[in-house]
Design a protein around this ligand. Structure first.
Ligand code: SF4
Ligand code: SF4
Length: 129
């Protein structure tokens, strides 16, 4: 017989292995938004110059990763990604949802691949849908 505590242990185990994809530095000042259109659960949120994924809503399907022209979406299994996971969690709770593609930011192609963009990350919300 399966006991309640055994079920609880399974739930905890499942929760602990849940993974997510994360938007990282190279999205800053680019925001091509190709990613938002393909997400089956609409879990992207828009800042002034950056997008984030809500880790609690992401189902880890991986569909968005190859869509990003800036290669700015990575699985949370990457080394050193904890900081970006926290940033995605934090801002996805306060920025508006975005599900439709928009024009990239002015100068996006020039910014794509630039180093040191983290200092430019704006805490301000974007417009959302
Ligand atoms: S496609 Fe990439 S660069 Fe564009 S908004 Fe999504 S994560 Fe950012
Ligand atoms: S991995 Fe899937 S569910 Fe998660 S943000 Fe990307 S498209 Fe959406």
């Amino acid at each position: 017989m399966v006991t309640d505590s055994a079920i609880q242990a399974k739930v905890v185990e499942k929760t602990e292995i849940l993974m997510t994809y994360v938007v990282v530095e190279n999205c800053i000042k680019c925001k091509y938004t190709d990613c938002v259109e393909v997400c089956p659960v609409d879990c992207f949120y828009e800042g002034e110059n950056f997008l984030v994924i809500n880790p609690d809503e992401c189902i880890d399907c991986g569909v968005c990763e190859p869509e990003c022209p800036a290669e700015a979406i990575l699985p949370d299994t990457e080394d050193g990604i904890e900081k970006w996971l926290e940033i995605n969690q934090k801002y996805s709770e306060v920025w508006p949802n975005i599900t439709g593609k928009k024009e990239p930011m002015d100068g996006a192609d020039d910014q794509n691949g630039k180093a040191g963009k983290e200092a430019d990350l704006s805490e301000k919300p974007g417009a959302g849908d």
